[in-house]
Design a protein around this ligand. Structure first.
Ligand SMILES: [Zn+2]
Ligand SMILES: [Zn+2]
Ligand SMILES: [Zn+2]
Length: 356
């Protein structure tokens, strides 16, 4: 009888001890002010590492039908130069245009619209049709980083451009229509939603703590190292504590830099190196050319210094358990709060095995 009572008491004690690895909980994202629901009890089985081989057709080095390959003609008749490194051009189907007239519609604060001026560009990472960031050398990725810096500065210098969003949509699963390695830049006047959230969060943190949100966050992560998946001493890849996507990663530099242009020039190879390690590791995880949306977040280009802003990159990959099982943001996630089963710590441990 005594033994049974002891067992019950022990069980009750265990139940009362909150464990991030066991109990459903929500985690706070200090960059956006939003929460994610984590349900670790649903995946208490260890990761099996099952891998299903997905036959991927090898791309040719040059595709005569690709509108991004050197020397080919794009829709609309413009011919690409025979570029040998990176190549930037104005998007032929731009979502934003610089010549949009200023205007505002407001009916009782309920029907509100504003004209949006902007510039959209395409950045080809390489003349080779068959490469990806993962398959490019660190030196080649460094050239992409240099191009991003030049574009960020050039677009940011335009008086009506306050936000420069550099991003890459990789893989058919993410809706990328062309496998040629390329990214995009959308630059505009008004703060885009995600940047508006991160801008106010970093500003408020800086005002109340007299320090930088991401510098402080990185220091915490480097103390436990539980979620650090790759590093080179200057730049770190981390599965953020508040990650929504199963294998989400945030890339943060140790040096406080408000934008890529503010990062010490000597550290650009380190930044390129981490991009290489992350994308290569992703490809190894499920033995597939890993799909993702990746983007840089940098200070607004409104002319102020923005010491509160800390340059970083987000990787949002949709895959969940294999090359074909993806996560969908539906149901509760669409209507209430994003949710995940595998914890960020478990995801980080899987990623560490494939990221060097
Ligand atoms: Zn191509
Ligand atoms: Zn910082
Ligand atoms: Zn961000």
């Amino acid at each position: 009888m005594f033994a049974v009572l002891q067992l019950v008491r022990k069980k009750r004690l265990q139940m009362n001890m909150f464990d991030l690895k066991q109990h459903p909980h929500r985690r706070y994202n200090p960059l956006t002010g939003e929460w994610v629901l984590v349900s670790p009890h649903r995946t208490n089985r260890p990761w099996q590492g099952q891998v299903e081989e997905v036959a991927s057709e090898a791309e040719p080095e040059f595709d005569p039908n690709c509108y991004l390959c050197p020397g080919n003609t794009r829709v609309g008749g413009v011919r690409n130069p025979k570029y040998t490194s990176t190549f930037v051009f104005e998007n032929d189907f731009a979502a934003l245009r610089p010549d949009t007239p200023e205007a505002r519609v407001d009916e009782g604060g309920l029907l509100v619209a504003e004209a949006e001026r902007g510039i959209c560009r395409v950045v080809c990472f390489s003349p080779r049709h068959d490469l990806t960031l993962a398959r490019m050398s660190v030196e080649q990725i460094r050239e992409v980083v240099d191009t991003w810096v030049a574009q960020y500065q050039e677009l940011g210098a335009e008086s009506f451009i306050n936000w420069v969003q550099i991003f890459e949509n990789r893989g058919a699963l993410m809706g990328a229509s062309n496998p040629h390695p390329h990214g995009q830049i959308w630059a505009n006047s008004h703060p885009p939603n995600e940047l508006r959230k991160e801008d106010s969060a970093q500003r408020e943190y800086h005002a109340s703590h007299s320090s930088c949100l991401l510098c402080d966050y990185l220091a915490l992560e480097l103390k436990s190292r539980e979620r650090v998946v790759s590093e080179n001493g200057f730049v770190y890849a981390i599965v953020p504590f508040w990650a929504v996507w199963p294998f989400e990663i945030i890339v943060v530099s140790k040096q406080h830099a408000t934008g890529l242009d503010d990062l010490h020039v000597g550290l650009r190879p380190a930044f390129a190196d981490i991009l290489k390690r992350v994308t290569e590791g992703y490809d190894r995880l499920f033995k597939v050319s890993f799909p993702y949306s990746m983007g840089l977040h940098q200070r607004p280009t409104d002319g102020s210094l923005h010491p509160e802003w800390h340059l970083h990159a987000h990787f949002y990959p949709p895959l969940l358990r294999s090359a074909t099982i993806r996560k969908f943001m539906v149901g509760y996630e669409l209507l209430a709060t994003p949710q995940r089963d595998i914890t960020p710590e478990a995801a980080a441990s899987s990623l560490r095995e494939v990221m060097y």
